[in-house]
Design a protein around this ligand. Structure first.
Ligand code: WT7
Length: 650
């Protein structure tokens, strides 16, 4: 974030108190903070009672193997049973679990808990028939359809950790993930609907599997009816294998620490990290925070996380948290502007949605489209609205609060990460006043601090690095197959503290303001990307000799990817066709979301004498600022050349 943006934040002094009626009836009151800080483990032990355990735990937390945590040690539990069966057994079988809305209009399905249970059992039986055993990994590459949830829960039910790969990722990304976690079965669909068109998924799986000989089965949902290639003996239609299975399946309880899933996320190196989440603690952390942060009333609320299941937000707050709480959720397949720009608001008014959770990048887009669009719809049912994924700028916060929340709904700005599994820092809607741009305070049971370079807590009014100082139930249990990288990435920067990679500031009241990443990780439209990962993709192109990538502030997407490349001589002078070719190459290697907004062909890159690329200077160029201190460059004239090239390009 630029110093100008930080100054703007410092001048932000608006406060919105919780509405009196919501506060009076809130699930969580102010005393929760005291209860939790008096005895943190007793607090989490209490929260664990919201789940059904086959065998109770003997110990709440075993931290003796730090930083590898064990929560609810000795407990045995089945995640799918907790998300589905127990609600049916409690007489809520007719309750809607999902109001699913396909992108094509009128393509909708309501799925009750009883139906979900049958589907999950059938899919579990199908996976068993395919030879999937507990602990085998299953890759899921799907559009936003009910079968995606069914597939995840079926895996959880039989103890096979899933790894969901976002449908927007390329076949190369799929290959890397399948290899890294050694998945033997892939669940996919022919395609999904995107902007009014069927968009294929199966072709990417076919391409990927040319390089994944160990994958023996591909289970394919028919969603769009597109033509697909078929590999006999490997590919099976979902409707042929799953639909005919028995709807009876007895869930087996697994150890609380049994792996539930692996979710890949970008780090500071080229290779995405497989973040490992396990069962008991993860369900406790997600179900508690879903209930507390959104003030969820499970019997009456309709809840909507408008995110993709391919990200952790979808895992924790479309699937596991809401279902563990027996929630009725909306799930939407498509884009917000198909077939018209009021689609989200139409969905909210149709299903009388009470709670909406989405990303600032979406809010900024809606702002650009204009308030007159949402104003056409009745959104008076909304009670609480949430934000996640990137810092929300005060203008977007206030617009969201006024235009979408009608000025009456508290905005919960929730900070967390793929690694944390659960929301960590957020206002509580019935307790905490909202300040536009601040995630406010750690939730009850969570300990976070802002520290300086030496790891000492900074005082109010000062900035530094965000750290988490005590383990929490849904925390990652490691990086798949890479214990060293886990310790190195998160636990080596500061002693005995989890280093989140975010800069933060405490205001005069001690409330937390997140300032963006302090490492080489970018945040584009709430999607996490690594500069090095995109650089590797660029360098893998035969025309590129060297590449440097920066994330520069962008009014629409938060940050945008800007690349600087040195071409090989054989590539010619780098006209617009080459630039286009390279942008497409990145989209093919990683996914469209990683496609650079700009690529500039440069004669050289700014490097220190030790050869480290000074991305800070390139960010200055991309953000149209005067270039900062160049004295540590090996060749101080290089920035003049790059800036001159930039002027020419305009
Ligand atoms: C990074 C984590 C959390 C699920 C979606 C993203 C940024 C996330 C906020 C927020 C400021 C935020 C951080 C964090 N971030 N939420 N409310 N305010 N920044 O998960 O892909 O693992 O990314 O997103 O930089 O480290 P993720």
């Amino acid at each position: 974030m630029t110093s100008e943006a930080i100054d703007n934040l410092s001048r932000e002094d608006r406060r919105f108190e919780p509405p009196a009626d919501l506060a009076a009836d809130a699930n969580v009151k102010a005393d929760a903070y005291e209860t939790a800080s008096a005895d943190r483990l007793a607090f989490w032990e209490e929260q664990a009672k919201r789940l059904d355990w086959e065998t109770p735990w003997e110990q709440v937390l075993d931290w003796s193997g730090a930083p590898f945590a064990k929560w609810f040690v000795g407990g045995r539990i089945n995640a799918a049973y907790n998300c589905v069966d127990r609600h049916v057994e409690a007489g809520k079988g007719d309750k809607v679990a999902f109001h699913w809305v396909g992108e094509p209009e009128d393509d909708t399905r309501d799925i009750t808990y009883a139906e979900l249970k049958d589907e999950v059992c059938k899919a579990a039986n199908a996976l068993l028939e395919l030879g999937v055993q507990s602990s085998d990994r299953v890759a899921i590459y799907m559009p936003m359809i009910p079968e995606t949830v069914v597939a995840m829960l079926a895996c959880a039910r039989i103890g096979a950790p899933h790894t969901v790969v976002f449908g927007g990722f390329s076949s190369q990304a799929l290959i890397d993930r399948i290899h890294d976690c050694d998945a033997r079965v892939v669940i996919t669909a022919d395609g999904g609907y995107r902007r009014g068109e069927p968009a294929g998924l199966k072709p990417a799986v076919d391409t990927a599997l040319e390089q994944c000989p160990d994958v023996r089965s591909v289970l394919v949902v028919r969603r769009t009816g597109q033509d697909v290639d078929w590999t006999e003996g490997r590919d099976v239609w979902w409707h042929e294998l799953v639909d005919g299975q028995s709807a009876e399946h007895t869930p087996e309880a697994f150890d609380s620490e049994h792996p539930l899933y692996v979710m890949y996320t970008s780090g500071t190196t080229g290779k995405p990290k497989g973040i490992l989440h396990t069962t008991g603690g993860y369900l406790v952390g997600t179900s508690y925070t879903h209930w507390a942060v959104f003030d969820l009333k499970p019997d009456t609320d309709v809840y909507w996380t408008a995110a993709d299941i391919g990200w952790v937000t979808g895992h924790s707050y479309i699937v596991y948290g809401p279902l563990a709480n027996g929630t009725t959720s909306v799930m939407y397949e498509g884009t917000p502007d198909t077939p018209h720009k009021g689609r989200w608001w139409e969905i909210i008014s149709t299903y009388k949605v009470n709670i909406l959770y989405c990303a600032p990048t979406a809010i900024r887009t809606f702002m650009k489209w204009g308030a007159e669009i949402p104003e056409k719809y009745d959104m008076s049912t909304l009670r609480v609205i949430g934000s996640v994924g990137e810092p929300i700028n005060p203008e977007a916060y206030v617009w969201y609060r006024e235009t979408i929340g009608g000025g009456r709904c508290p905005v919960v700005d929730t900070w967390w990460q793929t690694e944390t599994g659960q929301i960590m820092i957020s206002p509580l809607p019935g307790v905490t006043a909202g300040k536009p741009g601040s995630a406010m305070t750690p939730l009850p049971g969570i300990e976070a601090k802002v520290v300086d370079d030496e790891g000492n807590p900074v005082g109010n009014g000062h900035g530094g690095y965000l750290v988490l100082t005590e383990p929490w139930p849904a925390m990652l249990r490691g990086i798949w197959n890479d214990d060293e990288r886990f310790k190195e990435t998160y636990w080596s920067r500061f002693k005995d503290m989890y280093f989140a990679g975010d800069g933060a500031k405490l205001d005069d009241d001690g409330d937390i303001w997140l300032l963006g990443r302090v490492d080489d990780v970018m945040n584009v439209s709430g999607h996490r990307m690594s500069t090095t990962e995109i650089e590797s993709a660029l360098v893998s192109h035969p025309k590129v000799a060297e590449a440097a990538v920066v994330g520069a502030n962008d009014p629409d997407t938060g940050q945008a990817v800007h690349a600087y490349v040195i071409l090989r001589e054989s590539a010619g002078d780098g006209g617009p066709e080459v630039v286009q070719e390279l942008r497409d190459h990145v989209a093919n290697e990683i996914g469209k979301i990683a496609r650079p907004k700009s690529i500039m062909v440069v004669p050289e890159l700014p490097k220190t004498r030790s050869g480290k690329i000074m991305r800070r200077l390139l960010r200055d160029v991309a953000e149209n600022r005067e270039v900062g201190d160049v004295t540590t460059l090996a060749d101080t004239s290089i920035m003049d050349k790059i800036s001159a090239g930039m002027q020419d390009a305009k």
